[in-house]
Write a protein that binds this ligand. Structure first.
Ligand code: 1GP
Length: 246
């Protein structure tokens, strides 16, 4: 429960968290050293690993290579958290897994079936399992999450319904709520919605998808996000965090 406890601790101390999302399919292996150096220089507090179509051996390989990076002096070693698209995306080499249930959708496969299938695999690992209510929010165009999960995202203008969904997730016992616009989304999760949800749940709130600049990160924090996830923007520009300090 180390990683989750540290998230709770940060929330209590009002310290904001930042995850860099790495998709093993999009790693340029020759440049891995440079990538790691850039992660070390960034303000990231977590590394999330996931993607829509990742092969297991590549996932293992990436995590093993990342684990070789030297301990970071000021922040300690960044925890590696799996953010899986399906049960095959599990690696025992990571530190924790966001055990997601897609509570915005009405597809039983992503609500419970994949989770059941994942159990025999998870039982063979020592991964910290963090139950997460995952909510896909409409973002201007179809995203891979919507397509792959075959679910309809929540209306971006209906913050009340999003709030009720998040509250139901909390009542069901999820430890985190994740508001997701989808990787590379045209529009990020609306700040109004972040505000509404964060003000009405006790558990930490993760926000990601379509955030492309430092102001976007800052505004998500101000609206109440406890942890922001950045994938595409850092993938496209490894100097993304250097444009100005957060
Ligand atoms: C994490 O999928 C997102 O929630 C990451 O989205 O790639 O748009 O940053 P981006």
């Amino acid at each position: 429960t180390n990683i989750y406890n540290a998230i709770i601790q940060a929330k209590t101390e009002k310290r904001k968290l930042l995850a860099i999302l790495l998709d093993p399919d999009k790693i340029v292996w020759e440049n891995l050293g440079y990538l790691i150096e850039k992660i070390n220089q960034s303000p990231a507090t977590h590394i999330f690993i996931g993607g829509s179509h990742v092969q297991n051996n590549i996932l293992d390989e990436l995590i093993i290579r990342l684990k070789q990076f030297p301990p970071l002096v000021d922040r300690g070693v960044l925890p590696i958290v799996l953010f899986p698209g399906n049960p095959s995306q599990i690696s025992a080499h990571a530190d924790a897994i966001l055990f997601l249930s897609l509570i915005s959708g009405r597809n039983p496969d992503y609500l419970i079936e994949h989770q059941v299938d994942a159990v025999p695999i998870l039982k063979k690992t020592e991964l910290e399992i963090i139950s997460t209510g995952y909510m896909l929010i409409e973002s201007g165009s179809e995203t891979a999450v919507a397509r792959v999960s075959n679910t309809k995202p929540l209306d971006r203008n209906n913050s009340d319904y999003a709030m009720h969904t998040a509250q139901a997730g909390e009542m069901l016992g999820h430890k985190l709520i994740y508001l997701e616009a989808g990787s590379g989304a045209k529009k990020a999760v609306p700040f109004e919605m972040i505000k509404k949800v964060s003000n009405n749940i006790e558990i930490p709130l993760i926000v990601g998808g379509g955030i492309i600049d430092l102001q976007g990160i800052q505004k998500a924090y101000e609206a109440g996000a406890d942890l922001v996830v950045i994938g595409t923007a850092f993938e496209n520009d490894h100097n993304f965090f250097e444009s100005s300090p957060i």
